[in-house]
Design a protein around this ligand. Sequence first.
Ligand SMILES: NC(=O)c1ccc[n+]([C@@H]2O[C@H](COP(=O)([O-])OP(=O)(O)OC[C@H]3O[C@@H](n4cnc5c(N)ncnc54)[C@H](O)[C@@H]3O)[C@@H](O)[C@H]2O)c1
Length: 325
Amino acid sequence: MITNKTILITGGAGFIGSNLCEKFLQQNNHVRCLDNLATGLYSNIQPFLSNPLFTWIEGDVRDLNTCLEAAQGADMICHQAALGSVPRSVAEPLRSHDSNVTGFLNILEAAKAAKIKRVVYASSSSVYGDSPELPKQEDKIGRPISPYAVTKLTDELYAHAYGLLYPLELIGLRYFNVFGKRQRPDGPYAAVVPKFIALMLKGEAPEIHGTGSQSRDFTYIANVLQANELALSTTNPAALNTVYNVACGSRTTVLELFEGLRNVLCVYKPELSDMKPFFAPSRAGDVPHSLASISKISTLLGYQPTHTFEQGLADAIVWYKDNHG
Ligand SMILES: NC(=O)c1ccc[n+]([C@@H]2O[C@H](COP(=O)([O-])OP(=O)(O)OC[C@H]3O[C@@H](n4cnc5c(N)ncnc54)[C@H](O)[C@@H]3O)[C@@H](O)[C@H]2O)c1
């Protein structure tokens, strides 16, 4: 368990970042949260503001000086700040590049300047690109098929080079479709799980892109928090300067997701029992199937998912019912 450290969490007002802030505050760490609120919410960090261990820095990782100041005196960096979403990157590639690549480089420079060794950063399953191979293994990637994937792969390449050239311990975590509390259900780039839950709680049928046969290794937030803590604290030299899949190791189609949600939500809203989804054309840049091998992270970091997809979904539904129902 990480305790009594000072951790800079970028993107800490976002979904994953705010859950990380909460976890590390609970474990008695000083948490510095750097976020420009591009997609994150002030309300996500509001509960932490009264905690003397928490420092809120409203700022942008695209600004090197902001990163240099935020990193001074920190023990480690947990870098989550980025503009997520494949469709957003297709619509706005320059903006995605600035936040996701320039922002990441600034954080690496800040780590160097502040003599912080350990930097754990959010990569993405999108780096597997056009590789049809399943399950996805870390050393067998294809070519990226979206600007978003290019940004995350570029981050991994920079991390590799920085790990060779400078005294840094860099670990990239390739998240696979994370879901859980505080993930935004609104907006054009909302992820499928919160979007479906929020719509169905309102009695509205969701729209499925394509046939619904596309599959994802949906990963509950608790598993992602575990992976970050393991990566930030590992003392295994073989585990450093590399990348890991963070997932459950099982996949669910989007149609199964819809049906699973309908079955669970029927308990609260019986009228959903005969709900049918709408179907719309597939979206450019989306990969058809995604399933992770989690053997590398299990072997080198000791990761064991605590929540299956179904367990996580049950917890997430309770949160959305209380907060968006
Ligand atoms: N959620 C997923 O399924 C998933 C999957 C793969 C990778 N990721 C990656 O995980 C990280 C966290 O994602 P999330 O789902 O919590 O998304 P999110 O949008 O909720 O969080 C990202 C946070 O970064 C902040 N941010 C964006 N640009 C910034 C900038 N220039 N300066 C400072 N802050 C900035 C946003 O305001 C937001 O609070 C991202 O790097 C994302 O690419 C997420």
